[in-house]
Design a binder for this molecule. Structure first.
Ligand code: FES
Ligand SMILES: [Fe+2]
Length: 386
C-alpha cells in the first residue's frame, strides 16, 4: 500500500451514511483501484458471510467443487452424512491443491504424495508414515471454513469469529417465505466474466432507474413504479415492485409464461422482489421463477459472474417446461447484454481520477444506497497507517 490515500478514502466513506436521500455514493476509486480491492478482500470478503449460490450444486454425498474466492482456493463438498462442508484446498502435508473443478469423490486424495482425507476432513492415510514415528493423524485434518445452508442458498465465511448466520439473515425468512425457496430447483447455472467492477454489476441489477434508458424495448414496460424498500435488520436490502406480466420474460415472449409459484399471495403474484444479500449475491424473486447472481472480483475492473435460474419443483415436471424455460433464460441473457454495454461504459467513467461521488435516487435505487452504506461501515476499523 503506497499510493492510496487512506485518510481521503475514510473521509469519502464517512459521507456514505443514512438517510439514503442525502447519502453520497461510493467513491469512484472503490470501483477502480487495485489497492482498494485488496482492502475489500480483507474487510468485505474475508470478514462477512458471502453467497455461493444454490445448495443443489452439491446434491449428493461426495459432490464437490474446487473454487477460488478472492484468490483463496476452497473446497466445498457434501460429506457422507449429507452435511455441506468447506475446507482450505491446501494439503496438510506440503500444501498442494487437492481438488479442482466439480465432481464426486469418496475420499479426498492429494495428487502429490497421496495423503488421503475423509469427506469430513479427517486425515485417513499418509503413505509410509508410521504411527511409531509419533505421527498424530488427528493433528493433520483439513482446515475447515464456516459454511451454512439457509433457504436453499449457501453462505461461506472465512472469519471464524463471524456473526451468526441467522443474525446476518435476520428478517430474510418471513420476507421471502411466499417464494418457498427450499422448494426451488436450479434449472441453469451460467458463468461468465464482465469488464466492470463486481459492485457495479450488482448495483445495476438492483435498481429501477436505468430501465427506460438501457432496456427500453426488452423489459422496461413490464416494471411499474416500485414500492419503497424494506426496513430490515439483516445484512441485506430488498425492494418489491409490481409488474404487468412477468419480469422474467421479454415483452415479446410473455406468451411462454409458466405457472405462477403456488405459494404466492395476491400481491407477490403480481410483481418481483429484488434482494441483495451483502456483499456479493443478489436475486429477483419473480412470479414463476427466481434468478440469482453471484459476483466475485477478479481485478477492480473485471468480475466473475454466476447466474442461476430456478423454478419450483412442480414447474420443472411439466411436459412443456424445457420449451418455456428456454425463453426465461433468453430474457436474462438479453437484459444482461444490454446491462453489460452500460456497465462497460460506466467503468470507463469510474476509472477517471476526476470522477467524484454522486447521489442516489431514493425511490429507484434504494438497494444500491443500502449496500453502499453497509460497505462504508465495513471499513470503520481501517487504520490510517495501513
Ligand atoms: S502435498 Fe499433499 S501429500 Fe504431499
Ligand atoms: Fe438492467
Amino acid at each position: 500500500m503506497n499510493n492510496l490515500d487512506i485518510s481521503l478514502l475514510k473521509q469519502q466513506l464517512a459521507e456514505v451514511i443514512p438517510p439514503i436521500s442525502t447519502a453520497l455514493s461510493l467513491p469512484p476509486a472503490c470501483y477502480s483501484d487495485v489497492e482498494i480491492l485488496e482492502l475489500e478482500k480483507k474487510y468485505i470478503f474475508q470478514a462477512n458471510w458471502i453467497g455461493l449460490g444454490r445448495a443443489d450444486q452439491w446434491q449428493n454425498p461426495g459432490d464437490y467443487s474446487g473454487l477460488e474466492i478472492v484468490g483463496i482456493p476452497i473446497i466445498v463438498l457434501r460429506d457422507s452424512q449429507s452435511k455441506l462442508r468447506a475446507f482450505a484446498n491446501s494439503c496438510r502435508h506440503r500444501g498442494a491443491q487437492l481438488l479442482e473443478g466439480k465432481g464426486n469423490c469418496q475420499v479426498i486424495r492429494c495428487p502429490f504424495h497421496r495423503w488421503t482425507y475423509a469427506l469430513d476432513g479427517r486425515l485417513l492415510t499418509a503413505p509410509k508414515i508410521k504411527n511409531s514415528e509419533q505421527f498424530e493423524y488427528n493433528k493433520y485434518g483439513l482446515i475447515e471454513v464456516s459454511i451454512a445452508e439457509r433457504y436453499g442458498l449457501v453462505f461461506l465465511n472465512f472469519d471464524d469469529k463471524a456473526n451468526d448466520i441467522d443474525q446476518y439473515l435476520d428478517g430474510f425468512g418471513p420476507l421471502h417465505a411466499p417464494w418457498s425457496f427450499d422448494d426451488l430447483v436450479s434449472y441453469k447455472r451460467h458463468e461468465f466474466e464482465v469488464n466492470c467492477n463486481w459492485k457495479a454489476f450488482l448495483d445495476v441489477f438492483n435498481e429501477y432507474y436505468h430501465l427506460p434508458y438501457v432496456h427500453p424495448d426488452s423489459i422496461n414496460n413490464i416494471y411499474l413504479t416500485p414500492e419503497p424498500s424494506e426496513e430490515v435488520s439483516g445484512d441485506f436490502a430488498s425492494q418489491f415492485g409490481p409488474t404487468e406480466g412477468t419480469g422474467a420474460l421479454l415483452e415479446s415472449t410473455q406468451q411462454y409464461s409458466l405457472p405462477k409459484i403456488e405459494s404466492l399471495d395476491e400481491r407477490n403474484a403480481n410483481g418481483a422482489r429484488y434482494t441483495w444479500l451483502f456483499p456479493n449475491m443478489t436475486f429477483a424473486a419473480g412470479t414463476e421463477s427466481v434468478w440469482i447472481y453471484e459476483a466475485y472480483p477478479l481485478t477492480p475492473q473485471r468480475s466473475h459472474i454466476v447466474l442461476t435460474l430456478c423454478f419450483p419443483t412442480s414447474t420443472t415436471q411439466l411436459s412443456d417446461f424445457e420449451h418455456s424455460a428456454r425463453y426465461y433464460f433468453e430474457r436474462l441473457l438479453a437484459a444482461i447484454e444490454e446491462d453489460i454495454e452500460a456497465l462497460e461504459n460506466q467503468q470507463l467513467g469510474l476509472n477517471s481520477p476526476l470522477a467524484q461521488q454522486g447521489r442516489f435516487n431514493p425511490e429507484l435505487e434504494p438497494n444500491v444506497a443500502s449496500f453502499a452504506i453497509w460497505y462504508a461501515r465495513q471499513f470503520e476499523n481501517l487504520q490510517l497507517a495501513n
